[in-house]
Design a protein around this ligand. Structure first.
Ligand SMILES: Nc1ncnc2c1ncn2[C@@H]1O[C@H](COP(=O)(O)OP(=O)(O)OP(=O)(O)O)[C@@H](O)[C@H]1O
Ligand SMILES: [Mg+2]
Length: 323
């Protein structure tokens, strides 16, 4: 359904410093799949999500590659074509989505505005659809008469999800949708989203820095590091054992839940500066399994039976490079 091919996004600053936030990303999301995207802060997750929805201001950046939605390339579309497609085919929910509502408009008006802008006709049909959506996100339709400030953070995020579904999109991108909420509300929203997705059959790209949450929410997971997808797998395969040393390190941060003593573990070192040219594998300085080849050559995405990995350990296992 969605196919991203060799996508690059480079931010240009006025001072001549440019940051390559997405560096040659390839993946696809089949129809009706709940895909998770995880990685440390600054690795390019939001940039990737925004690039797919074409929400980046193209004057300040260079974007190349293709984003095919049912075969149509969004990168080549005019802003007019994109306006028609947003909400209708692709919708996005942000962490800040909780504050994205117009504070002086009642909740109902925010739904009506989107529907009217996309030519959704009769008022009664609209009202019926909006009330139904509120019930889908387990809220009382009476809240439609409320102003955004009258809702709690969790309620606002449920409304933001309902609003994203108003035109029955094929793909919903959620960027840290529950990050500002407490864990109980977080879990309830994730469960609700899973149920909605099964019922309404849209595809999801769920972005979070929280691997635990993504493993709970998604069917497949992509792990991003320094602008690249370094591993992609079904959740059950990843839980059997990570392939990329970075994924392994991320998983080990969660520790053993059975252990008597809870210890917080991090990954030593920090991600590379994306404004500088990178040689070889960008994880080398933090990788306990690095080989000499890793310093020289950038590992390419290797398709596996049920996923993909970009790491020389696997190129080596397949009889390729590596010392
Ligand atoms: N508008 C911008 N101009 C210049 N650089 C930017 C801009 N937005 C993001 N960046 C840089 O691009 C890189 C990726 O940022 P991005 O926000 O996509 O990461 P992220 O993975 O979503 O991080 P977080 O988990 O903190 O949300 C970072 O190095 C960031 O500093
Ligand atoms: Mg982000």
């Amino acid at each position: 359904m969605l196919e991203v091919k060799d996508l690059w996004v480079k931010y240009r600053s006025q001072h001549g410093r440019s940051v390559s936030a997405v560096r040659g990303v390839n993946f696809s999301i089949p129809d009706g799949t709940f895909m998770g995207l995880v990685g440390e802060s600054g690795c390019g997750k939001s940039t990737l999500g925004f690039a797919i929805a074409r929400l980046l201001n193209s004057q300040q950046l260079e974007i190349s590659g293709s984003v095919l939605l049912n075969g149509e390339d969004l990168i080549k579309m005019s802003s007019r074509e994109l306006r028609k497609l947003r909400w209708d085919k692709i919708a996005i929910v942000l962490q800040g989505g909780m504050n994205a509502f117009n504070p002086v408009l009642k909740i109902k008006q925010q739904f009506t505005d989107v529907m009217k802008a996309h030519g959704q006709g009769r008022a009664e049909d609209r009202d019926q659809r909006i009330a139904e959506l509120l019930r889908h996100v387990q809220l009382d339709p009476a809240l439609l008469e409320a102003y955004p400030h009258e809702l709690s953070g969790g309620m606002k995020q449920r409304v933001a999800i309902a609003l994203s579904l108003v035109l029955n999109p094929e793909l919903v991108i959620l960027d840290e949708p529950t990050t500002a909420l407490d864990v109980i509300v977080q879990k309830a929203i994730v469960e609700m989203l899973q149920e909605l997705q099964r019922h309404m059959k849209f595809s999801v790209l769920f972005i979070s820095h929280d691997l635990g949450l993504v493993l709970e929410a998604a069917e497949r997971v992509m792990v991003m590091y320094a602008g690249k997808i370094v591993e992609e797998e079904p959740v059950e395969v990843l839980l059997e054992g990570a392939k990329h040393p970075y994924t392994e390190a991320l998983l080990s941060c969660y520790g053993d839940p059975q252990a008597k003593e809870l210890r917080f573990k991090g990954i030593p070192g920090s991600p590379p500066d994306l404004s500088k040219p990178l040689q070889g594998c960008s994880f080398v300085p933090r990788c306990s399994k690095a080989m000499s080849a890793c310093r020289e050559l950038e590992p390419q995405r290797l398709e596996l039976e049920r996923g993909a990995v970009a790491c020389h350990l696997y190129t080596k296992m397949q009889g390729g490079i590596g010392k």
